[in-house]
Write a protein that binds this ligand. Structure first.
Ligand SMILES: *Cc1c(COP(=O)(O)O)cnc(C)c1O
Length: 409
Protein backbone atom coordinates (compact mmCIF):
# COMPACT_ATOMS: atom_id res chain seq x y z
CA UNK A 1 0.00 0.00 0.00
CA UNK A 2 1.16 3.50 -0.72
CA UNK A 3 -0.08 7.04 -0.76
CA UNK A 4 -1.06 7.95 -4.27
CA UNK A 5 -1.65 11.45 -5.57
CA UNK A 6 -5.31 12.48 -5.10
CA UNK A 7 -7.51 12.79 -8.14
CA UNK A 8 -10.08 15.44 -9.00
CA UNK A 9 -13.22 15.76 -11.10
CA UNK A 10 -11.50 17.32 -14.12
CA UNK A 11 -8.73 14.71 -14.27
CA UNK A 12 -9.69 13.61 -17.81
CA UNK A 13 -9.58 17.07 -19.36
CA UNK A 14 -6.99 18.82 -17.21
CA UNK A 15 -4.39 18.82 -20.00
CA UNK A 16 -6.59 21.05 -22.15
CA UNK A 17 -7.26 23.67 -19.48
CA UNK A 18 -5.65 27.07 -19.15
CA UNK A 19 -3.99 28.07 -15.88
CA UNK A 20 -6.86 30.36 -14.88
CA UNK A 21 -9.42 27.60 -15.21
CA UNK A 22 -7.15 25.24 -13.30
CA UNK A 23 -6.71 27.74 -10.48
CA UNK A 24 -10.47 28.22 -10.09
CA UNK A 25 -12.07 24.92 -11.02
CA UNK A 26 -10.14 21.95 -9.64
CA UNK A 27 -12.35 20.08 -7.15
CA UNK A 28 -11.04 17.11 -5.21
CA UNK A 29 -13.18 14.03 -5.92
CA UNK A 30 -14.86 13.85 -2.56
CA UNK A 31 -16.85 10.73 -1.79
CA UNK A 32 -18.24 12.23 1.41
CA UNK A 33 -21.35 14.14 2.41
CA UNK A 34 -24.55 14.43 0.40
CA UNK A 35 -24.42 18.21 0.24
CA UNK A 36 -21.66 19.48 -1.99
CA UNK A 37 -20.41 22.93 -1.03
CA UNK A 38 -18.89 25.00 -3.84
CA UNK A 39 -16.02 25.91 -1.57
CA UNK A 40 -14.05 23.16 0.13
CA UNK A 41 -14.58 23.56 3.88
CA UNK A 42 -11.73 23.87 6.35
CA UNK A 43 -11.45 20.40 7.83
CA UNK A 44 -10.44 21.21 11.37
CA UNK A 45 -10.98 17.69 12.75
CA UNK A 46 -7.73 15.89 13.50
CA UNK A 47 -9.31 12.45 13.48
CA UNK A 48 -11.97 10.61 11.45
CA UNK A 49 -14.39 7.78 12.21
CA UNK A 50 -13.21 4.43 10.94
CA UNK A 51 -15.86 2.21 9.30
CA UNK A 52 -14.52 -0.99 10.89
CA UNK A 53 -11.25 -2.27 12.35
CA UNK A 54 -10.70 -4.19 9.17
CA UNK A 55 -11.07 -1.09 7.02
CA UNK A 56 -8.52 0.94 8.99
CA UNK A 57 -5.57 0.30 6.70
CA UNK A 58 -7.54 0.81 3.53
CA UNK A 59 -9.01 4.02 4.87
CA UNK A 60 -5.50 5.12 5.80
CA UNK A 61 -4.53 5.31 2.14
CA UNK A 62 -7.80 5.78 0.27
CA UNK A 63 -9.74 7.80 2.81
CA UNK A 64 -9.11 9.84 5.92
CA UNK A 65 -8.10 8.73 9.39
CA UNK A 66 -5.85 11.41 10.86
CA UNK A 67 -5.16 14.95 9.71
CA UNK A 68 -1.36 14.68 9.71
CA UNK A 69 -1.75 12.31 6.76
CA UNK A 70 -4.29 14.28 4.75
CA UNK A 71 -7.65 16.03 4.91
CA UNK A 72 -10.12 16.81 2.10
CA UNK A 73 -8.80 20.39 2.23
CA UNK A 74 -5.18 19.40 1.73
CA UNK A 75 -6.21 16.91 -0.95
CA UNK A 76 -7.94 19.64 -2.97
CA UNK A 77 -4.91 21.84 -2.44
CA UNK A 78 -2.58 19.11 -3.74
CA UNK A 79 -4.83 18.54 -6.79
CA UNK A 80 -4.96 22.24 -7.64
CA UNK A 81 -1.22 22.79 -7.34
CA UNK A 82 -0.51 19.61 -9.36
CA UNK A 83 -2.83 20.84 -12.11
CA UNK A 84 -1.09 24.24 -12.20
CA UNK A 85 2.35 22.63 -12.26
CA UNK A 86 1.48 19.78 -14.63
CA UNK A 87 2.79 17.50 -11.88
CA UNK A 88 2.23 13.84 -11.08
CA UNK A 89 1.69 14.97 -7.49
CA UNK A 90 2.28 17.83 -5.06
CA UNK A 91 2.86 17.96 -1.33
CA UNK A 92 2.05 21.05 0.74
CA UNK A 93 4.17 21.95 3.78
CA UNK A 94 3.83 24.43 6.66
CA UNK A 95 6.40 26.82 5.11
CA UNK A 96 8.64 27.21 2.09
CA UNK A 97 11.66 26.27 4.21
CA UNK A 98 9.84 23.18 5.42
CA UNK A 99 9.27 22.25 1.78
CA UNK A 100 12.98 22.79 1.01
CA UNK A 101 14.25 20.76 3.98
CA UNK A 102 11.65 18.02 3.47
CA UNK A 103 12.71 17.53 -0.15
CA UNK A 104 16.38 17.44 0.89
CA UNK A 105 15.82 15.03 3.77
CA UNK A 106 13.40 12.80 1.88
CA UNK A 107 15.75 12.25 -1.06
CA UNK A 108 19.25 12.49 0.48
CA UNK A 109 21.22 10.34 2.89
CA UNK A 110 24.57 10.59 4.68
CA UNK A 111 27.46 10.29 2.23
CA UNK A 112 25.60 11.97 -0.64
CA UNK A 113 26.81 15.05 -2.45
CA UNK A 114 24.77 18.04 -3.65
CA UNK A 115 25.51 20.81 -6.12
CA UNK A 116 23.71 24.05 -5.21
CA UNK A 117 23.96 27.64 -6.27
CA UNK A 118 25.05 30.74 -4.43
CA UNK A 119 23.55 33.21 -3.84
CA UNK A 120 20.09 31.82 -3.32
CA UNK A 121 17.28 32.36 -0.82
CA UNK A 122 19.10 33.05 2.47
CA UNK A 123 17.32 30.35 4.47
CA UNK A 124 18.07 27.73 1.83
CA UNK A 125 21.70 28.88 1.69
CA UNK A 126 22.11 28.38 5.44
CA UNK A 127 20.65 24.87 5.23
CA UNK A 128 23.13 24.00 2.47
CA UNK A 129 26.09 25.68 4.14
CA UNK A 130 25.59 24.82 7.83
CA UNK A 131 23.16 21.94 8.16
CA UNK A 132 23.70 19.44 5.34
CA UNK A 133 27.43 19.06 6.23
CA UNK A 134 26.32 18.29 9.80
CA UNK A 135 24.43 15.27 8.41
CA UNK A 136 27.48 14.27 6.39
CA UNK A 137 26.05 15.52 3.10
CA UNK A 138 28.63 17.45 1.15
CA UNK A 139 27.64 20.57 -0.82
CA UNK A 140 29.49 22.22 -3.70
CA UNK A 141 28.38 25.73 -4.65
CA UNK A 142 28.30 27.08 -8.20
CA UNK A 143 27.45 30.71 -9.04
CA UNK A 144 23.77 31.58 -9.52
CA UNK A 145 22.88 32.00 -13.18
CA UNK A 146 25.91 29.98 -14.34
CA UNK A 147 25.86 27.72 -17.36
CA UNK A 148 24.64 24.19 -16.58
CA UNK A 149 28.16 23.01 -17.59
CA UNK A 150 29.41 24.34 -14.26
CA UNK A 151 26.99 22.07 -12.41
CA UNK A 152 28.13 19.17 -14.57
CA UNK A 153 31.80 19.81 -13.77
CA UNK A 154 30.97 19.71 -10.04
CA UNK A 155 29.25 16.32 -10.28
CA UNK A 156 30.88 13.38 -8.45
CA UNK A 157 29.95 9.70 -8.33
CA UNK A 158 27.92 10.32 -5.14
CA UNK A 159 26.07 13.43 -6.37
CA UNK A 160 22.40 12.79 -5.70
CA UNK A 161 20.76 16.18 -6.17
CA UNK A 162 21.30 19.44 -8.02
CA UNK A 163 19.55 22.60 -6.87
CA UNK A 164 18.74 25.81 -8.73
CA UNK A 165 16.59 28.82 -7.97
CA UNK A 166 15.11 30.66 -10.96
CA UNK A 167 14.63 33.60 -11.12
CA UNK A 168 17.19 33.76 -8.36
CA UNK A 169 17.08 35.96 -5.29
CA UNK A 170 18.22 38.77 -5.36
CA UNK A 171 19.68 39.39 -8.85
CA UNK A 172 16.99 37.60 -10.89
CA UNK A 173 19.50 35.37 -12.66
CA UNK A 174 17.87 32.66 -14.76
CA UNK A 175 18.76 28.98 -14.85
CA UNK A 176 18.52 27.13 -18.17
CA UNK A 177 15.90 24.64 -16.99
CA UNK A 178 15.93 22.63 -20.22
CA UNK A 179 19.66 21.94 -19.93
CA UNK A 180 19.23 21.37 -16.20
CA UNK A 181 16.63 18.66 -16.89
CA UNK A 182 18.95 17.15 -19.52
CA UNK A 183 21.78 17.08 -16.99
CA UNK A 184 19.48 15.05 -14.77
CA UNK A 185 18.76 12.61 -17.58
CA UNK A 186 22.48 12.15 -18.35
CA UNK A 187 23.06 11.06 -14.72
CA UNK A 188 20.52 8.40 -13.79
CA UNK A 189 19.28 8.75 -10.22
CA UNK A 190 20.23 12.42 -10.03
CA UNK A 191 17.36 14.60 -8.76
CA UNK A 192 16.91 18.01 -10.36
CA UNK A 193 15.37 20.42 -7.89
CA UNK A 194 14.18 23.91 -8.85
CA UNK A 195 12.83 26.68 -6.60
CA UNK A 196 10.59 28.80 -8.84
CA UNK A 197 8.95 30.89 -6.11
CA UNK A 198 9.66 34.18 -7.93
CA UNK A 199 8.06 32.96 -11.15
CA UNK A 200 4.91 31.15 -9.93
CA UNK A 201 3.40 28.34 -12.03
CA UNK A 202 1.63 31.00 -14.10
CA UNK A 203 4.91 32.28 -15.55
CA UNK A 204 7.06 29.14 -15.52
CA UNK A 205 6.50 25.41 -15.15
CA UNK A 206 9.81 23.54 -14.69
CA UNK A 207 8.24 20.06 -14.73
CA UNK A 208 7.19 20.64 -18.37
CA UNK A 209 10.88 20.42 -19.27
CA UNK A 210 11.55 17.28 -17.23
CA UNK A 211 12.70 18.78 -13.92
CA UNK A 212 12.01 16.33 -11.05
CA UNK A 213 10.98 18.67 -8.24
CA UNK A 214 9.49 22.16 -8.54
CA UNK A 215 9.17 24.11 -5.31
CA UNK A 216 7.36 27.28 -4.22
CA UNK A 217 7.19 29.17 -1.00
CA UNK A 218 3.38 29.56 -0.99
CA UNK A 219 3.87 32.30 1.59
CA UNK A 220 4.75 34.47 -1.40
CA UNK A 221 2.72 34.68 -4.64
CA UNK A 222 0.59 31.55 -4.25
CA UNK A 223 -0.75 32.88 -0.94
CA UNK A 224 -0.37 36.40 -2.27
CA UNK A 225 -1.77 38.38 0.67
CA UNK A 226 0.99 38.11 3.31
CA UNK A 227 -1.37 36.28 5.65
CA UNK A 228 -0.36 32.64 5.46
CA UNK A 229 2.78 30.52 5.73
CA UNK A 230 3.11 27.46 3.49
CA UNK A 231 5.30 25.79 0.89
CA UNK A 232 4.79 23.18 -1.79
CA UNK A 233 6.84 20.74 -3.81
CA UNK A 234 5.48 19.27 -7.06
CA UNK A 235 7.09 16.21 -8.55
CA UNK A 236 7.41 14.65 -11.97
CA UNK A 237 6.58 11.02 -11.10
CA UNK A 238 4.22 9.11 -8.86
CA UNK A 239 7.19 7.38 -7.22
CA UNK A 240 8.69 10.69 -6.15
CA UNK A 241 5.29 11.73 -4.77
CA UNK A 242 4.94 8.57 -2.70
CA UNK A 243 8.42 8.99 -1.22
CA UNK A 244 7.91 12.66 -0.39
CA UNK A 245 4.40 12.14 1.00
CA UNK A 246 5.65 9.31 3.20
CA UNK A 247 8.39 11.58 4.54
CA UNK A 248 5.81 14.26 5.29
CA UNK A 249 3.53 11.86 7.12
CA UNK A 250 6.27 10.54 9.41
CA UNK A 251 8.20 13.77 9.96
CA UNK A 252 4.93 15.63 10.50
CA UNK A 253 5.68 18.46 8.10
CA UNK A 254 2.06 19.02 7.14
CA UNK A 255 0.32 22.34 6.54
CA UNK A 256 -2.20 23.56 9.12
CA UNK A 257 -5.93 23.50 8.34
CA UNK A 258 -6.52 27.27 8.24
CA UNK A 259 -3.45 27.99 6.15
CA UNK A 260 -4.51 25.25 3.73
CA UNK A 261 -7.94 26.88 3.35
CA UNK A 262 -6.54 30.38 2.92
CA UNK A 263 -4.13 29.09 0.32
CA UNK A 264 -6.89 27.34 -1.59
CA UNK A 265 -8.82 30.61 -1.69
CA UNK A 266 -5.76 32.55 -2.82
CA UNK A 267 -5.00 30.18 -5.69
CA UNK A 268 -8.31 31.06 -7.33
CA UNK A 269 -7.05 34.55 -8.16
CA UNK A 270 -3.40 33.63 -8.76
CA UNK A 271 -3.43 34.09 -12.53
CA UNK A 272 -5.13 37.49 -12.32
CA UNK A 273 -2.80 38.75 -9.62
CA UNK A 274 0.32 37.49 -11.40
CA UNK A 275 -0.72 39.19 -14.63
CA UNK A 276 -0.88 42.52 -12.78
CA UNK A 277 2.39 41.86 -10.91
CA UNK A 278 4.06 41.18 -14.29
CA UNK A 279 2.67 44.33 -15.84
CA UNK A 280 3.49 46.63 -12.92
CA UNK A 281 7.01 45.25 -12.49
CA UNK A 282 7.78 45.75 -16.18
CA UNK A 283 6.60 49.38 -16.01
CA UNK A 284 8.54 50.07 -12.83
CA UNK A 285 11.68 48.38 -14.24
CA UNK A 286 11.54 50.67 -17.28
CA UNK A 287 11.06 53.72 -15.05
CA UNK A 288 14.06 52.82 -12.87
CA UNK A 289 16.22 52.01 -15.88
CA UNK A 290 15.70 55.53 -17.22
CA UNK A 291 16.45 57.26 -13.90
CA UNK A 292 19.87 58.96 -13.45
CA UNK A 293 20.19 57.94 -9.76
CA UNK A 294 19.79 54.26 -10.59
CA UNK A 295 23.00 52.44 -11.53
CA UNK A 296 21.44 49.18 -12.72
CA UNK A 297 18.11 47.36 -12.82
CA UNK A 298 17.93 43.57 -12.53
CA UNK A 299 14.71 42.42 -14.19
CA UNK A 300 14.61 39.42 -16.54
CA UNK A 301 12.03 41.18 -18.72
CA UNK A 302 14.47 43.96 -19.67
CA UNK A 303 16.57 43.40 -22.80
CA UNK A 304 19.55 44.71 -20.74
CA UNK A 305 19.29 41.76 -18.33
CA UNK A 306 22.12 39.27 -19.00
CA UNK A 307 19.65 36.36 -19.06
CA UNK A 308 16.82 38.03 -20.95
CA UNK A 309 17.02 35.50 -23.80
CA UNK A 310 16.86 32.56 -21.37
CA UNK A 311 13.95 34.16 -19.53
CA UNK A 312 12.08 34.56 -22.83
CA UNK A 313 12.33 30.80 -23.36
CA UNK A 314 11.24 29.59 -19.91
CA UNK A 315 9.06 32.34 -18.48
CA UNK A 316 6.28 31.86 -20.93
CA UNK A 317 3.64 33.64 -18.83
CA UNK A 318 5.64 36.76 -17.99
CA UNK A 319 8.73 37.91 -16.11
CA UNK A 320 7.32 38.16 -12.62
CA UNK A 321 6.95 40.89 -10.04
CA UNK A 322 10.45 40.93 -8.55
CA UNK A 323 13.18 43.37 -9.42
CA UNK A 324 16.57 44.39 -8.11
CA UNK A 325 17.44 48.09 -8.25
CA UNK A 326 20.99 49.26 -7.65
CA UNK A 327 21.75 52.70 -6.22
CA UNK A 328 25.28 54.11 -6.04
CA UNK A 329 25.92 53.38 -2.34
CA UNK A 330 24.45 51.53 0.61
CA UNK A 331 23.56 54.90 2.15
CA UNK A 332 21.74 56.07 -1.00
CA UNK A 333 19.75 52.83 -0.94
CA UNK A 334 18.93 53.35 2.74
CA UNK A 335 17.65 56.89 2.13
CA UNK A 336 15.60 55.66 -0.83
CA UNK A 337 13.85 52.78 0.96
CA UNK A 338 13.21 54.84 4.08
CA UNK A 339 11.68 57.71 2.04
CA UNK A 340 9.05 55.66 0.23
CA UNK A 341 5.43 56.13 1.30
CA UNK A 342 3.29 53.70 -0.73
CA UNK A 343 5.93 51.06 -1.22
CA UNK A 344 6.87 49.97 2.29
CA UNK A 345 9.98 48.63 3.92
CA UNK A 346 9.51 44.95 4.81
CA UNK A 347 10.95 41.58 3.95
CA UNK A 348 8.97 38.84 2.23
CA UNK A 349 7.44 39.28 -1.17
CA UNK A 350 4.74 38.19 -3.54
CA UNK A 351 1.84 39.94 -1.81
CA UNK A 352 -0.59 42.38 -3.38
CA UNK A 353 1.23 45.31 -1.73
CA UNK A 354 4.61 46.56 -2.92
CA UNK A 355 7.43 45.85 -0.47
CA UNK A 356 11.07 46.91 -0.66
CA UNK A 357 14.11 45.77 1.26
CA UNK A 358 17.76 46.79 1.49
CA UNK A 359 19.47 43.54 0.51
CA UNK A 360 22.93 44.14 2.03
CA UNK A 361 21.55 45.43 5.34
CA UNK A 362 18.60 43.07 5.64
CA UNK A 363 18.05 39.65 4.00
CA UNK A 364 21.66 39.19 2.87
CA UNK A 365 23.22 41.17 5.73
CA UNK A 366 26.21 40.22 7.87
CA UNK A 367 24.14 37.65 9.76
CA UNK A 368 24.09 35.46 6.60
CA UNK A 369 27.14 36.40 4.59
CA UNK A 370 30.36 38.41 4.69
CA UNK A 371 31.10 41.48 2.52
CA UNK A 372 33.42 39.30 0.46
CA UNK A 373 30.72 36.67 -0.12
CA UNK A 374 28.27 39.37 -1.17
CA UNK A 375 30.78 40.87 -3.56
CA UNK A 376 31.54 37.45 -5.03
CA UNK A 377 27.80 36.90 -5.52
CA UNK A 378 27.47 40.23 -7.35
CA UNK A 379 25.31 41.79 -4.64
CA UNK A 380 26.14 45.51 -4.75
CA UNK A 381 26.05 47.52 -1.46
CA UNK A 382 23.30 49.76 -2.90
CA UNK A 383 21.00 46.92 -4.01
CA UNK A 384 17.30 47.25 -3.22
CA UNK A 385 14.88 44.42 -3.87
CA UNK A 386 11.38 45.40 -4.91
CA UNK A 387 8.41 43.05 -4.74
CA UNK A 388 6.04 44.94 -7.00
CA UNK A 389 2.40 44.73 -5.95
CA UNK A 390 -0.84 45.18 -7.84
CA UNK A 391 -1.52 48.86 -6.97
CA UNK A 392 -1.99 51.45 -9.76
CA UNK A 393 1.48 51.62 -11.19
CA UNK A 394 1.38 55.39 -11.79
CA UNK A 395 1.19 55.85 -7.99
CA UNK A 396 4.16 53.53 -7.48
CA UNK A 397 6.22 55.45 -10.03
CA UNK A 398 5.37 58.79 -8.39
CA UNK A 399 6.34 57.33 -5.00
CA UNK A 400 9.67 56.07 -6.36
CA UNK A 401 10.35 59.40 -8.07
CA UNK A 402 9.72 61.36 -4.85
CA UNK A 403 11.95 59.03 -2.79
CA UNK A 404 14.75 59.23 -5.38
CA UNK A 405 14.55 63.04 -5.19
CA UNK A 406 15.62 62.70 -1.54
CA UNK A 407 18.73 60.72 -2.49
CA UNK A 408 21.72 63.05 -2.91
CA UNK A 409 23.19 62.85 -6.40
C1 LIG B 1 10.56 32.84 0.96
C2 LIG B 1 11.30 31.90 0.15
C3 LIG B 1 11.59 30.61 0.63
C4 LIG B 1 11.20 30.16 2.03
O1 LIG B 1 9.83 30.21 2.21
P1 LIG B 1 9.10 30.42 3.64
O2 LIG B 1 7.68 30.26 3.32
O3 LIG B 1 9.47 31.79 4.12
O4 LIG B 1 9.63 29.38 4.56
C5 LIG B 1 12.28 29.75 -0.20
N1 LIG B 1 12.66 30.12 -1.43
C6 LIG B 1 12.41 31.36 -1.92
C7 LIG B 1 12.86 31.70 -3.29
C8 LIG B 1 11.73 32.29 -1.15
O5 LIG B 1 11.49 33.51 -1.62
Amino acid sequence: MAWNPPSHELQDVVQQLGTGTKAVSIKYKHEGPISRPVVMPTYQSTTYYVDSCEKYFEQNFDGFVYSRLKTPTTQELECTISALENAAGSVVFPSGMSAVTSVLMAFLKAGDHVVAQNPCYSGTYIVFKDYLPKYNIEVTFVPAGCEVDEYERAIKPNTKLVYGETPCNPLMTILDVVQFAELGKRHPGLITFVDGTFATPINQRPLDYGIDVSLHSCTKYLGGHCDLLAGCASVRTKELYTELKRFQVFFGTCVGASDASLLLRSLKSLHVRVRQHNENAAALARFFEGHPKIVRVHYPGLPSHPHHERAKKFMTGGYGGMLGVELATSEAARVFVESLKIMRLAVSLGGVETLVEHVGLMTHGSWVMTDAEREKGGIAPGLVRVSVGIEDVADLIRDAQAALDKVSA
